[in-house]
Design a protein around this ligand. Structure first.
Ligand code: 13P
Length: 251
């Protein structure tokens, strides 16, 4: 079902003490009932976060996972390991994974398959580089990312899939897509999904926007009809800012 979602991607920030401080701040807040709120701490802090939020509506999710279930993959974390510490949702294909860690569309498709098999929810990220947009190739780039990363999956799987549109040029730069640019791309993503899987699935899928979402621009972005929420980086590290963004949507 199409849900409103606001997820905080904490990236490689916050040690255990800082994680607990931020969670303690979040626990004091009252969350709007119609918004699913999620936070993605670093791997080392997932289990403490899960324990802290066990009786709380905020869901603890993962920033990444490996495509294999176990074996000789030094330094990696599997879906089963995530599930064993209470994590049932995973971000796959973040642009930092794609560019800094050379994760290809084919690899991401494998990760998607593993997560779906393990009955996890996938937040699948897509996003174009600035040069793609300058060359008017942004729609084609997003279509290709969807096609190669997700469109091999069955119709039934789409109950477990959320899309996050994160234009790379807007991540951590302070430069946000305008609400109009976000709406235009989200509508395109929905239409592309509709062509592949039909209107029913396309209308049910939640499509989040990510890239310099802040308290002062969240309401405008969230007001667009195909924007179903946000994937928040920097602003999710401050409880007040994160809450202001959540509340901009819940209202
Ligand atoms: P910023 O909100 O810091 O731009 O990060 C967005 C992001 O990458 C979330 O995954």
């Amino acid at each position: 079902m199409r849900k409103k979602i606001v997820a905080g991607n904490w990236k490689m920030n916050n040690d255990l003490a800082a994680t607990q401080d931020l969670l303690a701040e979040l626990k004091k807040q009252v969350f709007p009932e119609d918004v699913a709120v999620m936070v993605a701490p670093a791997f080392t802090n997932l289990y403490p976060a899960y324990q802290t939020l066990r009786e709380h509506p905020v869901e603890v999710i993962s920033q990444n996972m490996h495509q294999s279930d176990k074996g000789a993959f030094t330094g990696e974390i599997s879906a089963s390991m995530l599930k064993s510490v209470g994590v049932n949702t995973v971000i796959i294909g973040h642009s930092e994974r794609r560019s800094d860690f050379h994760e290809t569309d084919a690899l991401l498709a494998e990760k998607v398959d593993t997560a779906l098999e393990k009955e996890m929810t996938v937040i699948f990220c897509v996003g174009e580089q600035l040069s793609d947009r300058e060359h008017s190739e942004h729609f084609e780039v997003i279509k290709t990312q969807l096609d190669r990363g997700l469109f091999h999956t069955s119709k039934e799987s789409w109950e477990q899939i959320v899309i996050a549109y994160e234009p790379v040029w807007a991540i951590g730069t302070g430069e946000t897509a305008t609400p109009k640019q976000a709406q235009e791309m989200h509508a395109f993503i929905r239409e592309t999904i509709s062509q592949q899987y039909g209107d029913g699935i396309a209308n049910n899928i939640s499509i989040l926007y990510g890239g310099s979402v802040k308290p002062n621009n969240a309401a405008d972005i969230f007001s667009k009809k195909d924007v179903d929420g946000g994937l928040i980086g920097g602003a999710s590290l401050k409880a007040d800012d994160f809450m202001a963004i959540v509340n901009a949507f819940g209202k």
